[in-house]
Write a protein that binds this ligand. Structure first.
Ligand SMILES: [Zn+2]
Length: 383
């Protein structure tokens, strides 16, 4: 029997047009493989997922809610050029049609937010999470900032928003975009900016004006692993969300913290992502009326990105814990091989082993003390 949908998934095959070329690390191909895998999972049967698959590019008016007109004109001109130039200092090349491709991903986030606001249905936008783009410039593979635009719309509609970011890189475009906003709580776990792009996101960056005390940066050293991330997440996130009482939660679910990632070194495992997904879903129910938008983000190893994002979708749609070894569907494995030229993982559990973390309870205590001093509050250990 068909059930009422528990999750909306926004995926238009045209999101794949956000493509910097075969030699560039960012590719929507991994997100497409995530969606293909999600469609094969128990969560996708019986009507638990509502698929949103026709997304037209965002209007200039929507883009202008975050980006400056001069920057939009620049991207439009690069997009239409025969030999597109770089969009930033080096990481983000232009390509023909890049304006529309980036605008379609913005529209995906906008649709996700709309579903969340009008239906109270959690929504998942795996192609999105382009958190580095600034009002006046592209940055770090991000042309337009789809998550910042969705956060802004929720704020304009009078909602308080909690933005959580677990991407390996600091979500600078979103944090600085709402640095002075008292309506946006921003909590960002990322690899220490002294060791990774974009080089920002330190505990003293706590917001300004109405936003003072609402920007929470949790930098972790390379190889930190689950033993650093999870105790800090349990200690910090539920306490802040229960206090702030957001009306919408936006989770930027980058997967580049995963062990084996090509660009970052945090060494998280799938178990950490799954705990975070279940925790955030429960907190969204508890404090935000179930209003939760989850986007993708970074992630530069197809085997990790595809499986972790598919699993996130399944968890959000109500699937229980994985049992046994968890073999992956053969049809999906073939498709993975064809798309990536790599051998597909055989099971959910086949992953590189993380190296030993040097993180200790003393490191946690030191970081928590620093956050407490900067934010002027306490974070008692989670019980
Ligand atoms: Zn990233």
């Amino acid at each position: 029997m068909a059930t009422a949908p528990r999750l909306a998934v926004v995926w238009d095959e045209r999101f794949r047009a956000y493509d910097f070329g075969p030699d560039h690390p960012f590719s929507e191909r991994s997100r497409a493989l995530a969606v293909r895998l999600l469609r094969e999972l128990p969560a996708a049967s019986g009507g638990a997922i509502e698929w949103v698959d026709a997304v037209e590019p965002a209007s200039w008016a929507t883009l202008e809610t975050f980006h400056r007109r001069k920057f939009l004109s620049f991207v439009a001109s690069v997009s239409a050029a025969e030999a597109p130039s770089l969009l930033d200092a080096g990481d983000t090349p232009g390509f023909p049609g890049c304006f529309e491709a980036a605008g379609r991903i913005v529209a995906g986030a906008d649709r996700a937010l709309e579903l969340v606001l009008t239906r109270g249905l959690p929504a998942f936008h795996p192609a999105g999470g382009l958190h580095h783009a600034h009002p006046d410039r592209a940055s770090g593979f991000c042309i337009f900032n789809d998550v910042a635009i969705a956060v802004g719309r929720a704020v304009r509609e009078g909602r308080r928003v909690a933005y959580l970011d677990i991407d390996a890189h600091h979500g600078d475009g979103v944090m600085y975009g709402y640095y002075q906003s008292g309506r946006v709580l921003d909590i960002d776990f990322h690899q220490d900016g002294r060791t990774l792009f974009p080089g920002t996101g330190f505990p003293p960056e706590t917001g300004r004006g109405d936003g003072a005390g609402l920007k929470v940066n949790v930098p972790l050293p390379p190889a930190a692993g689950d033993s650093a991330l999870l105790p800090l997440f349990r200690r910090i996130v539920p306490a802040l969300l229960r206090e702030f009482r957001p009306e919408v939660i936006v989770l930027q679910h980058g997967v580049d913290g995963h062990v084996g990632d090509a660009l970052a070194q945090l060494q998280y495992t799938p178990a950490a992502y799954e705990e975070i997904d279940r925790t955030v879903l429960a907190l969204a129910e508890e404090v935000a009326g179930g209003r939760l938008v989850v986007t993708g983000g970074g992630g530069y190893r197809a085997a990790s990105v595809s499986r972790v994002l598919a699993r996130a979708g399944a968890v959000l749609a109500g699937d229980g814990p994985l049992e046994g070894e968890g073999r992956l569907p053969e049809a999906w494995r073939r498709e993975f091989g064809n798309a990536t030229g790599e051998t597909a993982p055989a099971s959910w559990r086949q992953n590189p082993a993380p190296s030993v973390s040097s993180w200790t309870p003393e490191h946690e205590a030191t970081l928590v003390r620093e956050l407490e001093a900067e934010l002027g509050r306490r974070f008692p250990p989670a019980v």
